[in-house]
Design a protein around this ligand. Structure first.
Ligand SMILES: Nc1ncnc2c1ncn2[C@@H]1O[C@H](COP(=O)(O)OP(=O)(O)OP(=O)(O)O)[C@@H](O)[C@H]1O
Ligand SMILES: [Mg+2]
Length: 422
């Protein structure tokens, strides 16, 4: 028997915030809990989550993650005795990175088991019987409870010079992470008058980032959700209006509210930041979790990249250096600064080098497609996907195997804070 009484009067339901765009894998042992999960997945608060439910319990999870990437949340049912379950749970640690949350459910109502689970960094233990809504609440609270840790990682993509392909990189990167790395992404087009994310992703949304930033008093996570356009299974877009019937002058802190909400909405948020140097752009760039700096191999790009890194470095002493993407490399007949010279001069290695390929990028842009979808574009797609792997930490999965479950599950990320930067 899984179901407890349905929460009466709907009061309980009202106070459960929607579950963000996370991936959840559930490994059940009993048909009753599997049925409960089905009910929970149908709940409106779960509509943004990607849930995969299967049988097999913790052993099933161990087998699965030898083959596939661990999700944001793993839910396990305790099958047999608790000692065996705990031993298997320890084995699962090697497949979890520092953002994986684990929820356990089962019949054993025992404080010793509860303590053992908590000591291993498990976020919640749900004891049967419980209603599907309590399951939804447990998942929601992983991300919404005060002190529960912050979900989203914000990546700001910026061009060292206008027209170097920063938007192209931001859009392709978002698409690659969402469709190839199974991670939900929200792409935000901050080039309000001229943004091309809608065109590149073949969307023509009526609303987007402008409505969010011009109505801060009405903005909450529900409104933000409504302003997003779904471009692919895991890719949502907060599009730019791309119209010139008004000016877009913003205060330095104009995007603070949106960024706070975005951080709670998806594991990865990609900002396509136009090549401007305004107070708001500078503030965003200095406060994102990762900067991707896109440059072409010429002198103006080199000077600008150096100036930018000289400014960002001291302002972000506890952050990783900006990731450099060299784009449009190899324009015929153009004298270019060799890659080694460029990177040595600014003391950053290139995280990706994208060749100049006007045919493929041009076709992709005109068709509203990504280069990886165009015949002959697989190699370019792989370069951008590798950048996605670097930014989402996939290569570090091997290193994470050495950390204990406690270490890997307990660490939380810093909230998005907008310290004054001037
Ligand atoms: N590697 C590449 N090879 C060939 N063309 C490219 C490449 N990358 C981008 N482009 C093209 O370069 C042009 C400018 O790209 P994009 O709009 O992404 O630049 P940007 O840096 O965002 O510009 P802005 O300063 O206007 O924001 C587009 O036509 C795009 O298709
Ligand atoms: Mg751009």
């Amino acid at each position: 028997m899984v179901e407890s009484e349905a929460p009466h009067s709907g009061r309980m339901a009202d106070v459960i915030p929607p579950v963000p765009r996370v991936s959840i894998h559930v490994f059940c042992e009993s048909p009753s809990l599997s049925g409960m999960v089905e009910g929970a997945v149908a709940d409106r608060r779960m509509q943004n989550a990607k849930v995969k439910s299967r049988m097999g319990g913790v052993r099933g999870a161990l087998a699965a993650y030898r083959e596939e990437q661990a999700p944001d949340v793993i839910v396990l049912e305790v099958g047999g005795d608790s000692a065996t379950f705990l031993a298997d749970l320890d084995g699962l640690a090697e497949f979890c990175d520092d953002s994986t949350r684990v929820v356990v459910m089962g019949r054993i109502n025992d404080i010793t088991l509860y303590r053992a689970l908590m000591a291993r960094g498990v976020s919640e233990y749900l004891v049967e019987p419980f209603h599907a809504l309590e399951f939804v609440r447990a998942i929601s609270e992983l991300y919404t409870k005060p002190g529960g840790g912050v979900l989203g990682r914000i990546i700001g993509v910026y061009g060292a010079k206008g027209g170097v392909g920063a938007s192209t990189v931001a859009h392709h990167l978002s698409w690659s992470i969402a469709t190839k790395l199974d991670t939900s992404v929200v792409l935000v087009d901050l080039d309000l008058p001229f943004g091309t994310a809608g065109l590149d992703l073949n969307q023509d949304p009526l609303q987007g980032i402008a409505e969010a930033v011009f109505s801060p008093e009405r903005l909450d996570s529900n409104m933000l959700d409504r302003l997003m356009t779904k471009c692919a299974d895991r890719l949502s877009l907060l599009a730019a209006p791309a119209t010139l019937n008004r000016e877009y002058d913003f205060n330095e802190d104009a995007f603070d509210g949106v960024m706070g909400l975005l951080r709670g909405s998806a594991p990865i948020v990609v900002l396509d930041i136009p090549h401007v140097w305004t107070a708001w752009a500078r503030r965003l760039l200095l406060n994102v979790d990762e900067i991707v700096l896109v440059a072409e191999p010429d002198l103006a790009n080199l000077r600008n990249a150096k100036n930018f890194l000289d400014l960002a470095g001291p302002a972000r002493t506890n952050d990783a250096k900006a990731k450099l993407v060299m784009n449009r490399v190899g324009v015929p007949k153009r004298p270019e600064i060799p890659l080694k010279e460029f990177t040595t001069a600014i003391n950053v290695t290139a995280s990706a080098v994208i060749p100049f390929d006007p045919k493929l990028f041009g076709m992709a842009a005109n068709n509203g497609q990504m280069v990886a979808e165009i015949p002959g574009g697989a190699k370019l797609g792989e370069i951008i996907l590798n950048l996605g792997r670097t930014l989402t930490g996939r290569p570090e999965m091997q290193a994470a195997k050495k950390t204990s479950l406690i270490e890997s599950l307990k660490s939380t990320k810093l909230p998005f804070s907008f310290a004054k930067t001037t």
